[in-house]
Each structure stands twice: as C-alpha cells, then as structure tokens.
Design a protein around this ligand. Structure first.
Ligand SMILES: C[S@@+](CC[C@H](N)C(=O)[O-])C[C@H]1O[C@@H](n2cnc3c(N)ncnc32)[C@H](O)[C@@H]1O
Length: 302
C-alpha cells in the first residue's frame, strides 16, 4: 500500500533516530494551545505502554470494529494520536496508518512506534489535516474532539478525509446520560477540582494528579476489585470508575492527569454524539454499550 502525498507544504521536518516527522501549520483556529501544550507534557511522562496494556485497552475501545472496517487493505489515520498507543494496536491489523498530533506527543509516538514500518507520523491538527479529502478507508479520533473548542466542526474536518463508504471511529467523553444523580454530583466535584488542577504549573499538576490517582481513583478501584473477589461482580461494575478495576496503576495515573490536568473538556450525550455523526455525513452508526462511554463508529455516506 502506498501512502498519499501531502496536500500542502510543511513548515518543517524533524529527523529523529527512527524516521522523518513532517510538521504542518498548527496555528489554526479550532485548537486550544494550552490543552495541546499540556498533552505534549503529559505524554512525555506516560510514554511506555506495555504490549499487554495496549492490547487490553485496544480490545476494549475497538469492540465495535469489524474486519470489514479495518483489515490489511485498509489505509487509516489516527487523528490526535498522542503516544500512538492505539495506532500501535492497529498496526498489526491494518495496511498503513498515518498518525497525526499537533503536540510534542508526536515524538513520544515516534518512540512507541519505532518498530512499526507501516506508519507515518506528522505534526498537524484536525483543522489542517495535510491530506486531500476522501483519502482514507478508516479514520479515528480517540479522546480528542472533546478537547477542541468546536467539536462538531472538528468531527466534520475528520470525516471529510474519509472516502465515501469508509468508516470514522471516535471516543468522546459522555455527559453521564446513562447514570444517576450520584455520578452527576461526583462529576460536579471532579469538574471543580479540575478547574484548579488544570491551571497549575506542569510539575505541580503532575504531582497533584498522581495524588488524586491514589486518593480518588484507587479507593474506588480497590473496593471494586475486592467486591469482585468475593463474588459481587454486578455490584462492583456499578461503582464509579469501574472501567479501571482491571487497569494498571500506570494507566490510572495517566488518566488522572488526563482528567484533572486538562482545562478544556466537553461532554456529550449518546444522542448528541449520534446527531453530530449524522451531521458529519455518517450513517450505520454503532455506539458501544460498553465502557468507555461513548465510543462509536459510522460509515460515511455523503
Ligand atoms: C487525551 S489525548 C488522546 C491521545 C490518543 N488518541 C489516545 O487516546 O491515547 C488527546 C490528544 O489530542 C490532541 N489534540 C488536541 N487538540 C487537537 C487538535 N486540534 N487536533 C488534533 N489533535 C489534537 C492532543 O495533543 C492529545 O495528544
């Protein structure tokens, strides 16, 4: 499979020990630079995922992806790839992957993907994806669009790079629309804490988010693990943060920094996500019933 040529001139290229990374203009409109800088720092800290962690996460996120959507003939793009952990999950299952991110995280992805030959990395943002429209069989944007000021516009910018008949997959933070009052109250507390933690200088932010991983995530996670051990699986799965009961502490620390360290975070209901996807030209939309909420895939029909 031959990769597409870029549709614009780069601003620079960086030669790492692994590959050449091409950088495009990211001083665009639909981007929050403080969020991007924060992620660049975050991914420097959380860069070393084991194969086991990647497989566990990938199996969870890609439960709704079928071989018709991703196979060895598929040309894909990971938009907002971060460390490249999900690109890495797909490299054994796909023809070729482009991975783009506007932050320094692209250099972390370069290391995580150092053995993967069917990947090209570029520094770019959703509103300046350096490929012609209708280039890809499969595009994905995981945990990205809710950190962009205009999420519906960002989704449209991603979907237009997919061929008609191709697929777009996304994970967006949910508005707890499938949960009760207790979860919603907990989210208000988390949001209040996040307003403070996300404005801290990076060193302090990392430290505080590690503490929150211990005092906020771990008691709930350990309670859930214990309940499962004594046979109360169903009740354990109803606890807040139940998705972390089988995750490593490394993944939990990473997500704590993600959750408490980011200033711009938007949340959407299942219905809003479906509408946004339809408005972007997608149909045959499948939204997973499983965590993380909500992850969804749709076929581009127009
Ligand atoms: C929570 S991380 C998710 C990374 C990766 N998809 C994953 O799930 O591991 C969000 C990523 O979105 C990127 N991002 C933020 N604004 C963006 C934009 N306007 N265009 C593309 N990526 C963006 C950040 O740099 C960051 O790496």
């Amino acid at each position: 499979m031959t990769e597409a040529t870029y549709n614009q001139k780069p601003t620079s290229t960086v030669n790492t020990t692994v590959r050449e990374i091409t950088c495009f203009n990211t001083s665009t409109e639909n981007i929050d630079h403080s969020v991007v800088n924060s992620f660049g720092e975050e991914w420097k800290k959380f860069s070393e995922f084991s194969d086991e962690e990647i497989n566990q996460l990938g199996n969870m996120y890609f439960d709704i992806i079928t071989p018709a959507m991703v196979n060895k003939n598929t040309y894909g793009i990971d938009i907002g790839c971060g460390t490249g952990r999900f690109t890495r999950y797909l490299t054994d299952r796909i023809g070729f992957m482009e991975a783009i991110d506007p932050s320094e995280a692209i250099f972390t992805a370069d290391k995580l993907l150092d053995k993967n030959k069917n990947v090209r990395l570029s520094m770019a943002s959703t509103d300046n994806i350096p490929f012609e429209d209708e280039t890809f069989d499969f595009a994905m944007s995981i945990g990205v669009l809710h950190h962009i000021p205009d999420t519906p516009k960002a989704m449209q910018d991603c979907v237009k790079k997919v061929k008609i008949g191709g697929y777009f997959y996304t994970y967006l933070y949910y508005s707890l629309d499938n949960k009760g009052m207790f979860f919603k109250m907990l989210l208000s507390v988390v949001t209040a804490i996040r307003k403070v933690t996300s404005s801290l200088p990076m060193i302090l932010k990392k430290f505080v988010c590690d503490i929150l991983a211990v005092v906020f995530y771990m008691p709930l996670v350990l309670t859930g693990r214990f309940m499962k051990l004594i046979g109360l699986r169903k009740a354990a799965e109803k606890l807040p943060l139940s998705a972390y009961q089988d995750k490593t502490f490394f993944v939990i620390r990473n997500d704590s920094l993600d959750r408490f360290g980011t200033s711009l975070e938007q949340r959407f209901s299942r219905k809003e996500i479906e509408q946004m996807m339809r408005h972007s030209g997608l149909d045959e939309i499948v939204i997973s019933e499983n965590t993380p909420y909500w992850h969804a895939v749709g076929k581009r029909i127009k």
